[in-house]
Design a protein around this ligand. Structure first.
Ligand code: SF4
Length: 335
């Protein structure tokens, strides 16, 4: 079956100038594609640049270098009318369902607003019917239309945010940590709702999250980010079966296993130290200050992004035989 690339992120850099002479490298040379109809999970600790990527893809931030191509058009070079269409095709769901909903607007007004801006359903009655339909699609009811956001639970508010994102009938949704602020039981419900909607409407998702536990239930492929860099990318099932990058291994080892016998005998890989500042990132491999396998070469040479197994990419010297064989592995972590 032919796979259509819905979104292409090519060598994207997003730097912020902080102070007079300092540059924060939020996203540093990141590339990946999102295939039509798939869910691409983008995972990493807060501060790794994943949300900045989401906002740069949406055109909310200009890029420093590289390009974002959506439906074969460069997002940062769109003309006015094309920008309008682009914003209809790509929508965003935000992390905090309370902060992202106007507390003074009713649910009906919140969901209608994008339709009004884009001139859809000019007939009021038709627009209201569309609001009712959207509410039902996300598991709420038409009785909720005249209520205000504070009258809802966190999970219900996120459903309202999803209904608003669907109002323009988009093709692509960037879900920026859509479940992080919710209780675990509610997280699964929202993930199931997103999967159902994807099936029904043929949506493509970029799903951003800070840990791997829930992402595996929704993603087809996953990219792991660390300090503005993509460090590993592969199919979700392969990432869980055989994580290659030490950072991915640490993220996976942090997920509790529901079987107490397995959990008890399991060795955890605990990451030491804090995430370094993206203003002054470590030389060579940015993960080297926390990596238990760091070698001398890791401080001197940038790891190369390479395909180690079919469709399984990683940036780590452990998979570069030349470097690995010449450089003894240090027992202590380099600083
Ligand atoms: Fe660890 Fe070196 Fe691989 Fe970086 S390149 S993840 S420091 S082994």
């Amino acid at each position: 079956m032919k796979q259509t690339k819905k979104l292409q992120v090519n060598k994207l850099k997003k730097y912020f100038q902080v102070g007079k002479d300092e540059t924060l490298k939020a996203v540093d040379d990141v590339s990946f594609d999102v295939i039509e109809g798939e869910t691409f999970g983008l995972v990493g600790e807060s501060g790794c640049g994943k949300s900045t990527i989401g906002r740069t893809i949406m055109g909310l931030y200009d890029r420093t270098a590289g390009e974002v191509v959506f439906n074969e058009k460069n997002v940062h070079e769109l003309k006015d009318t094309e920008t309008f269409d682009f914003h209809r095709s790509m929508q965003m769901i935000f992390q905090d369902p309370y902060a992202s909903l106007n507390p003074r607007s009713t649910v009906k007004e919140i969901i209608s607003e994008p339709m009004e801006i884009h001139g859809l359903y000019p007939d009021k009655k038709e627009r209201l019917d569309r609001v009712y339909q959207l509410l039902e699609e996300v598991g709420l009811s038409r009785d909720h239309a005249n209520r205000y956001p504070h009258e809802f639970s966190g999970g219900q508010r996120q459903r309202i945010g999803i209904a608003r994102a669907l109002a323009l009938d988009p093709e692509f949704i960037i879900a920026d940590e859509p479940i992080s602020a919710l209780d675990v039981s509610v997280q699964a419900q929202v993930v199931n709702l997103l999967r159902k909607l994807q099936k029904e409407k043929g949506l493509t998702y970029l799903f951003i999250a800070h840990d791997l536990s829930m992402v595996k239930h929704i993603s087809d492929r996953i990219g792991v980010m660390y300090l503005g860099n993509m460090v590993e990318l592969t199919k979700a099932s392969d990432l869980y079966k055989r994580p290659l990058h030490p950072y991915t291994q640490a993220l996976l080892s942090a997920i509790p296993i529901p079987d107490p016998d397995v959990e008890e005998g399991r060795e955890r890989m605990i990451l030491e130290g804090e995430l370094p500042s993206p203003i002054n990132p470590p030389s060579g491999c940015v993960f080297r200050t926390r990596c238990p396998f760091a070698m001398e070469a890791c401080a001197k040479i940038d790891p190369v992004w390479q395909e180690i197994e079919e469709n399984h990419y990683v940036a780590c010297h452990l998979y570069n035989e030349d470097i690995k064989n010449k450089t003894p592995i240090k027992e202590t972590v380099l600083h």
